[in-house]
Design a protein around this ligand. Structure first.
Ligand code: UDP
Length: 236
């Protein structure tokens, strides 16, 4: 049995024979409200592995360096081992969730330009919002690394937004994480899935993401399947 290096809310990470590579296993567990709400989304691990593998391949073709090497099985992918920078980077095109609440606008308010936000990745502190300076002052990253991360988030946004628009999906917002690889490069890591991105149907604004679970709207599995169908033309 391979050594488990880490178990998070949605994934497990295992060591491999190569010290620079890990296997990431996608679970069905779903949490919301920073762990206060627990549940299972049937086959979420399988669907999210499919979706994130697809997005990372697309981003790679568009010049974004990332940790993904290949999909190994339904629930597993082989990735470069990185040291995760403990900063969650949210990029938004349209106000929803916490931003709509904070700024007192309706969900659906179109931002005048994409907005990049930084949060300190800490369950104990409920992921507080930070400015980029915090990342440097607390030694998580250098100024150059923070600037690169911001640029990468905006480039990822541009690629995904255009790609999804062609498939009648509106990219509202998404969260990314970055890591430092064995050569010291900052690369995209973690996942991009309906767990970590808000995706709305282009015509109806129907939610096709984890907000259906967070807000007890039903139709969660169907929404994830619909995203796979739009991306690949496959799925239920
Ligand atoms: N998000 C995430 N993990 C988090 C917090 C947010 O993946 O711990 C994603 C979320 O799915 C959404 C975006 O980041 O696509 C912005 O989330 P927001 O700050 O509005 O928080 P929420 O309303 O989900 O609490």
């Amino acid at each position: 049995m391979a050594e488990m290096l880490y178990e998070g809310k949605a994934k497990k990470v295992f060591a491999t024979a190569d010290p620079n590579e890990v296997v990431i296993y996608y679970k069905d567990d779903a949490t919301a409200l920073n762990g206060a709400k627990h549940g299972t989304i049937v086959d979420k691990g399988i669907m999210n592995n499919t979706i994130t593998s697809f997005f990372f391949e697309l981003l790679g073709k568009n010049g974004i360096e990332h940790h993904f090497i290949k999909k190994l099985s339904d629930r597993e992918q082989l990735c470069k081992k990185v040291k995760i920078i403990p900063v969650e980077v949210v990029c938004r095109n349209i106000a929803a969730g916490s931003l709509a609440k904070k700024m007192g606008v309706e969900e659906g308010y179109v931002l005048h330009r994409p907005l990049v936000e930084f949060y300190y990745k800490s369950d104990a502190l409920d992921d507080p919002m930070i400015s980029p300076d915090y990342g440097v002052a607390f030694g998580f990253a250098t100024d150059e690394q923070i600037a690169k991360i911001r640029d990468m988030a905006l480039k990822i946004n541009a690629v995904l937004k255009d790609f999804l628009a062609e498939r009648k999906v509106r990219l509202i917002d998404f969260k990314t994480e970055y890591g430092v690889d064995s050569e010291g490069n900052v690369i995209l890591a973690d996942e991009i899935t309906p767990d970590t991105a808000r995706l709305w149907d282009w015509d109806t604004n129907e939610k096709l993401d984890k907000d259906r679970f967070r807000r007890d709207m039903g139709g969660v599995e169907e929404a994830y399947h619909e995203i796979i169908r739009r991306l690949t033309g496959e799925g239920k």
